[in-house]
Design a protein around this ligand. Structure first.
Ligand code: ZN
Length: 112
């Protein structure tokens, strides 16, 4: 499952950053183009963290819409489907502005 590999990647990054400290919440940013379903991602997150040091850690998902800028008419379009076309003139001469993000934004560390 696609979300499973994303969840594993997040857990890996979180462990790296936390350096053994307890983490109560993780905020991530995922671009629309990543095609990650939030519910499925939450489910996978629970699965990969269950029984580990990250068990019970909350996952906060911020979804970033996919936007493109048209090189012909300079219109910025928010894409509903992952097809790179301009919403104004229909040309595919566009550059991707956002939508491919996948990053851990912040960690909430439990002070002990
Ligand atoms: Zn255009």
């Amino acid at each position: 499952m696609h979300e499973l590999s994303i969840a594993e990647a997040i857990a890996h990054k979180v462990r790296e950053r936390a350096g053994g400290r307890s983490v109560s919440a993780v905020a991530i940013r995922v671009g629309h183009f990543r095609q990650a379903v939030p519910d499925a991602l939450q489910f996978c997150w629970t699965m990969v963290t269950d029984g580990t040091g990250l068990e019970g850690c909350r996952l906060e998902i911020e979804q970033v819409p996919a936007t493109v800028r048209c090189l012909d008419c300079d219109t910025v379009t928010t894409l509903d489907v992952p097809i790179l076309v301009c919403g104004s003139c229909g040309e595919s001469n566009v550059t991707l502005l956002t939508g491919e993000e996948f990053m851990v934004v912040s960690l909430e560390i439990l002070e002990v």
